[in-house]
Design a protein around this ligand. Structure first.
Ligand code: FES
Length: 144
């Protein structure tokens, strides 16, 4: 009797159930199965995008010829603004409030989203996501 109790306490449950004629498909091991390296979400990294090159001579960028000129370049989801002869800033055109992209206005120092009239500085230290840019001749490179 003592041996039977000891057996029931120490044997893994599937073996006990099998001893009573109850089939069950379960391993007795208590070790955790290591996850495959492809299933781990915590180690995934965002793939950096290729820099975007924009030909500023294209007619859709004419507003960027003058300091203070800006466009909402919706093809690439960017707000572009000419800061000086040698600088054009690029921001993600997703509103920090709710992510809308298509109702922007600019008053000379800040962008305003028309959905709820929140305004954001045209500084790269503001709330809009800012990308570094380079101008080489008529080519603007935006490092996304
Ligand atoms: S979505 Fe832009 S202010 Fe609300």
């Amino acid at each position: 009797m003592k041996n039977r109790r000891t057996f029931l306490k120490t044997a893994c449950k599937p073996i006990v159930l099998a001893a009573f004629g109850i089939p069950i498909l379960e391993a007795c091991s208590t070790e955790e199965t290591p996850e495959s390296s492809t299933s781990s979400g915590s180690q995934s990294q965002a793939t950096p995008k290729e820099p975007l090159q924009i030909d500023l001579t294209s007619s859709q960028f004419l507003d960027l010829e003058v300091v203070g000129g800006w466009i909402n370049y919706r093809d690439e989801d960017l707000l572009l603004i000419r800061i000086s002869a040698n600088e054009i800033r690029a921001f993600d055109n997703s509103c920090p409030h709710q992510g809308n992209r298509d109702r922007w206005s600019f008053d000379g120092s800040k962008f305003t989203c028309g959905y709820h009239n929140n305004s954001y500085s045209n500084s790269c230290s503001g709330s809009l996501t800012c990308y570094t840019t380079e101008i080489d001749g008529t080519i603007l490179t935006v490092n996304l």
